[in-house]
Design a protein around this ligand. Structure first.
Ligand code: F3S
Length: 394
């Protein structure tokens, strides 16, 4: 693998022990995947932030790096943490868990990482441009940036993303290369997709079918960015789709002639079967929206639905700190909290310890959350639209 003089120096340890160890990891990755060189990255998003996911070994590893003076070279954001970093006590996150989560965030802060924890960094101040090389790790963020924005990233692991942040480069392979971004299979949609939950159901179904292929959607009449993020998140969770194209909706779709490709049809029957499969609960304990983290548009929509009402079951909407600040200033947080709901920042239903907070059946409108909640959080799931979930909580 070709290395520049500066990269060779990093490998020789001239930029310190941490950079040397992490650069070695990048070189090894590049060799495994046949990369010819490193490429500079415009930004990084690091996963493996919640204490629930990384535990004491991860915490010690990060504190060790921070104490040795490791610093990131590019704009670096974090994936959701295990709790709301400001309101954890009043929401009821366990004290011991909170102490460890705060230590993790402090280690990241010392490394120069922006300690705003979100799976939608593109809505919170880390927006790559079309064609830009980045190294992101959260699967829905990877899907959105590759597919909807047209930036270029592989699905990085936590360590390889941190390595890209500290070293400023990533090996040039996989989805960084034109030849690996071509669609493999056409998905022909012949049913109406009414709201975000339908896009989640579609994504869950297609991810199961195509696994790690690159699907090309035809027949999606219209979709806003919230719906495209729901679609990509679910496909990345039920399969391993890191890039999709959608005719008329995503920027690289127009580059391809897909007439000779294998085709799968998806209609109302497939979507109904998906809803039947994902619904495993009867009476919910809580509804949690915002997977991936809610946009301001989704927060406003919830506020309008529950304004002046009184919830019997709680509704949380998970989002980034940036979106929550905007919601606070506009009065949407107050409207939601007056009804008995919560705008929860920095975390989500999957990476926070909801199973230790007394919840057993969770309502969601996200195909990704419906996929993970049973295994990660021991939950039964009600998978419905926001309107239906609100109705159940009143
Ligand atoms: Fe984000 Fe958590 Fe969903 S990280 S995509 S809200 S599972």
């Amino acid at each position: 693998m070709y290395l520049t003089q500066d990269e060779q120096k990093m490998l020789d340890g001239e930029q310190g022990e941490v950079a040397q160890r992490l650069f070695r990891l990048l070189v090894r990755l590049g060799e495994i995947y046949g990369a010819e060189k490193m490429i500079p990255v415009g930004s990084v998003q690091v996963a493996g932030v919640s204490y629930k996911s990384i535990g004491d070994p991860g915490l010690e590893f990060l504190e060790d790096f921070a104490s040795k003076g490791a610093k990131v070279q590019v704009l670096t954001y974090l994936n959701p943490a295990g709790m709301d970093m400001e309101n954890w006590k009043e929401i009821g996150f366990p004290e011991e868990f909170a102490k460890n989560q705060i230590r993790i965030m402090e280690a990241f802060r010392k490394m120069g990482i922006v300690v705003t924890a979100t799976c939608t960094p593109y809505l919170a101040g880390n927006l790559p441009r079309f064609g830009e090389h980045i190294a992101w790790s959260e699967s829905s963020a990877v899907s959105f940036s590759n597919s909807v924005i047209g930036a270029r990233t592989n699905r990085e692991g936590g360590p390889s993303a941190l390595a890209a942040a500290i070293c400023g480069v990533t090996p040039n392979y996989g989805l960084h290369l034109d030849e690996n971004r071509k669609p493999d299979i056409v998905i022909d949609i012949d049913t109406a997709l009414e709201n975000n939950v339908d896009f989640g159901a579609l994504g869950y179904h297609v991810g199961k079918q195509v696994k790690n292929k690159i699907p090309y959607f035809k027949g999606i009449k219209n979709a806003n960015t919230d719906q495209l993020k729901a679609l990509g998140a679910a496909m990345a969770a039920s399969g391993a789709v890191a890039l999709y194209h959608a005719e008329g909706l995503t920027p690289e779709a127009r580059d391809y002639d897909v007439s000779g490709l294998e085709k799968i049809n998806v209609g109302a029957d497939e979507l109904k079967a998906t809803f039947d499969k994902l619904n495993t609960g009867e009476t919910l304990d809580i509804a949690i929206l915002g997977c991936p983290h809610a946009s301001l548009r989704e927060i406003v929509s919830l506020a309008e639905k529950i304004a002046g009402k009184s919830l019997k079951k709680p509704i949380w909407i998970c989002t980034s700190r940036v979106m929550k600040e905007a919601a606070n200033r506009m009065g949407f947080t107050e409207t939601i909290e007056n009804a008995g709901g919560r705008v929860v920042a920095d975390t989500c239903m999957v990476v926070s310890p909801i199973e230790d907070m007394g919840f057993k059946i969770t309502g969601v409108n996200s195909g990704k959350a419906a996929n993970y909640l049973p295994g990660f959080c021991n939950q039964n799931v009600i998978f419905q639209s926001v309107d239906e979930l609100v109705e159940r909580c009143l």
